[in-house]
Design a protein around this ligand. Structure first.
Ligand SMILES: C[S@@+](CC[C@H](N)C(=O)[O-])C[C@H]1O[C@@H](n2cnc3c(N)ncnc32)[C@H](O)[C@@H]1O
Length: 250
């Protein structure tokens, strides 16, 4: 597949690869290894539990960019066969050390997955796109990795959420580069559709900044989930992230 990197894009990705290596060397908890706050990771996993667990019948899963293996273990704990891949060897090593039997681990780049076409029933890629210069290649790789009809879940940081918009103005005024890549649901939707995924559906992930985390529960009630879904503009302004699920064309 043609590469889409400009040298600026590559240096953005290289600096993230280095940073993830440093996190994994220095830290021992799943959140720290991934570069999340503990409450942020817990929120994400609760969100995944609500969205994924009741819906997914797929048996074999790829966790692309698995970090310390939080989601791999979560899925294996629900009876799935899981392969966890990450390009950061120290993170994979820590995933192996805390692993249950049955999960297969490997070191690999999500932009060049070393798996045969149609190997899995489902694939997830969480917390990765913000460290990539675009979501096109990873969408294509994950789509190829699943069987026709298989499901793909990719998350991203939401470029239209309020705290990000404020931060962006500040960074522009201070002439600072964005150190993470935010994107719109429309952009990721297009990348996934172009990769051959259909029946795409977006879910908001409202995650409050750490200093407000004691109010996080209010955003996870059924009523609030319904409201954010019913009023997409509100969902967008209040949601730090989003996840899009799609199915590979049959
Ligand atoms: C923020 S952490 C998320 C880890 C885990 N998926 C989670 O959500 O908790 C991002 C992970 O993606 C990995 N990663 C980033 N870019 C990658 C790439 N191009 N190929 C493979 N892994 C990548 C990093 O090494 C890191 O472990």
């Amino acid at each position: 597949m043609p590469r889409e990197d400009s040298s600026k894009d590559s240096s953005f990705e290289r600096s993230w690869k280095k940073r993830f290596g440093q996190y994994a060397d220095a830290r021992d908890d799943d959140a720290g290894i991934a570069g999340w706050t503990r409450s942020g990771l817990e929120t994400r996993v609760r969100n995944f539990d609500v969205l994924w667990a009741p819906m997914s019948e797929a048996r074999s899963w790829l966790d692309a960019g698995c970090g310390a293996g939080t989601y791999s273990r979560f899925m294996a704990g629900r009876g799935k066969q899981v392969v966890g891949l990450d390009y950061c060897y120290p993170a994979v090593k820590k995933a192996v050390d805390r692993s249950r039997d049955g999960i297969v681990w490997g070191v690999a780049d999500v932009k060049q997955l070393p798996v045969a076409t149609g190997s899995f029933d489902g694939a997830i890629c969480f917390g990765v796109t913000q460290a990539l210069s675009n979501s096109n290649e990873v969408s294509r790789e994950l789509t190829a990795a699943v069987k026709p009809g298989g499901e793909v879940w990719i998350d991203a940081l939401n470029s239209a959420c309020l705290p990000h918009l404020v931060g962006r103005v500040k960074r522009t005024l201070l002439k600072q580069d964005m150190h993470l890549r935010y994107e719109s649901p429309r952009q990721l939707h297009r990348a996934m559709a172009d990769a051959g995924l259909v029946k795409l559906r977006r879910y908001w992930i409202p995650i409050l900044p750490y200093r407000f985390h004691r109010y996080q529960w209010a955003f996870e009630t059924r009523g609030m989930r319904w409201l954010l879904h019913a009023l997409p503009l509100l969902g967008s302004l209040l949601s730090h992230g989003f996840v899009i699920k799609g199915y590979r064309k049959q």
